[in-house]
Write a protein that binds this ligand. Structure first.
Ligand code: GLN
Length: 236
């Protein structure tokens, strides 16, 4: 299996190193034709506006959109999540093209600037599916986005508590978010929609490779489904 890592800007080397640690070949992707040779793609964290400009320069957007729309597995971390979201709001949002495909509204820099970057423990029950069995992971949030709303086909893998006031200040018409006390709300920080996995934080900046293992499991499942479909088609 070959996993491509979009290598225009940001933490692509860290993803490549994590893939090496789990024994999988990572391939740097900078040109559209390089997508033909990979089974899956990771879009790293970084600065999404800069990454989008570079993607334009290399004429990557049509091939990236085809890759996602064909159902190939894609994982976006942080800026990579912004790249995959159907709608981006917040600081500096707008004006640039992204890939889209993930039915959600993401708020760029939701948690603030570099100074408000933080690390915290995140509960992720689905991680129990991969080795280790623990259900929490270290979340490294760097000028991180948050997903404020997601469509019904999206599976929420992890959320994070924020004040309802903070959420309403960026999305006034949000509904159904009040908890019992009416002061707390939640934003989504890890999610999956079919072939798309996205995290607002940076697993590649920790020594924990369970997210990479989780993604590779997803890749294998999607590939197995694909080959069953094509073999059943060829049987027709
Ligand atoms: N805030 C950045 C952006 O909008 C993303 C930060 C990150 O990837 N660590 O592109």
């Amino acid at each position: 299996m070959a996993v491509g890592v979009l290598a225009l800007q940001g933490s692509f080397n860290e993803h490549l190193a994590a893939l090496r640690r789990v024994g999988v070949k990572g391939v740097e992707v900078r040109k559209p034709e390089q997508l033909d040779g990979v089974d899956a793609l990771i879009i790293p964290g970084g600065e999404s506006t800069t990454m989008a400009k570079l993607a334009h320069y290399h004429n990557l957007f049509p091939a990236l959109r085809d890759f996602v729309n064909e159902g190939k597995p894609v994982w976006g971390t942080c800026a990579g999540l912004i790249f995959l979201a159907n709608k981006a709001i917040g600081q500096k949002a707008g004006g640039q093209d992204f890939i889209g495909g993930l039915d959600c509204t993401v708020h760029r820099n939701f948690f603030g600037s570099q100074l408000q970057s933080f690390e915290t423990e995140i509960s992720v029950p689905k991680l129990a599916e991969v080795e280790g069995g623990a259900v929490s992971c270290r979340g490294v949030f760097i000028r991180a986005p948050a997903v404020l709303e997601a469509g019904s086909s999206v599976e929420v893998l992890a959320d994070y508590p924020v004040s309802l006031d903070k959420l309403k200040s960026v999305l006034p018409d949000i509904e159904g978010q009040e908890d019992k006390t009416g002061t707390e709300a939640k934003v989504i920080v890890a999610l999956r929609q079919g072939n798309i996995l996205a995290t607002a934080f940076h697993p590649e900046l920790t020594s924990d490779t369970r997210w990479h293992t989780f993604f590779l499991k997803m890749v294998k499942e999607i590939n197995a489904e694909g080959s069953t479909q094509s073999s059943s088609k060829s049987n027709l």
